[in-house]
Design a protein around this ligand. Sequence first.
Ligand SMILES: O=C(O)[C@H]1O[C@H](OP(=O)(O)OP(=O)(O)OC[C@H]2O[C@@H](n3ccc(=O)[nH]c3=O)[C@H](O)[C@@H]2O)[C@H](O)[C@@H](O)[C@@H]1O
Length: 223
Amino acid sequence: MAASGTGSLVFIDDVTADRSSKMNSEVYRATHSAHIQPNATKLIGRRFTVQEGVEVRVARIFNTFGSRMHMNDGRVVSNFILQALQGEPLTVYGSGSQTRAFQYVSDLVNGLVALMNSNVSSPVNLGNPEEHTILEFAQMIKSLVVSRSHIQFLPEAQDDPQRRRPDIRKAKMLLGWEPVVPLEEGLNKTIQYFSKELEHQANNQYIPKPKAARMKKGRPRHN
Ligand SMILES: O=C(O)[C@H]1O[C@H](OP(=O)(O)OP(=O)(O)OC[C@H]2O[C@@H](n3ccc(=O)[nH]c3=O)[C@H](O)[C@@H]2O)[C@H](O)[C@@H](O)[C@@H]1O
């Protein structure tokens, strides 16, 4: 944390607070906590600026993946890569028609550095606007791993946003930043990292955690 009167402080805001497009706002409207979090970010930020003289920056980080991510955090990219590498079914929640847009971690780091070095104190979206369905992610990862895993459809997760895609016009205009790592390149790097990590596991196995608490009831189906 920056010392009194020096440097700047970056706050990580909740992506659901970005209401510039409807697709990012579903959870915001649905949950009370998502209402509190952005307000808290603003208030704490103002306090630091006024009382401590520390400059505040606010980053809204959209879906991010990459080498050194926690392999078992239950997110879609880590789950699919682990499953594909281990010949387990790739678990798609719902029909797989919901979309996400993923940025590679090095793009995010560059965005955060650009934000720190800027004088922009209002929230800035950092993410990759290239949008894909979850089923497309499953097929892409399966093919990059050259895996024989099949795709398993499980009941859809509760309150799962159907679309999420960042609007990064502000970051482009004010920070001169945009993501540069192509999705396939980022996925390949992450696959290599996961593959090496798996070799270090005692039994060479790592079972992805399902998001059990969020699942709706229903029967799994396969293709
Ligand atoms: O990284 C982020 O920015 C966000 O990641 C997650 O939110 P989510 O966008 O739902 O990301 P994932 O958990 O990776 O899920 C993405 C999609 O894939 C689906 N999914 C996930 C895991 C899986 O094995 N299979 C599967 O189909 C989910 O249902 C969802 O539709 C977190 O819940 C958010 O708090 C966080 O802001």
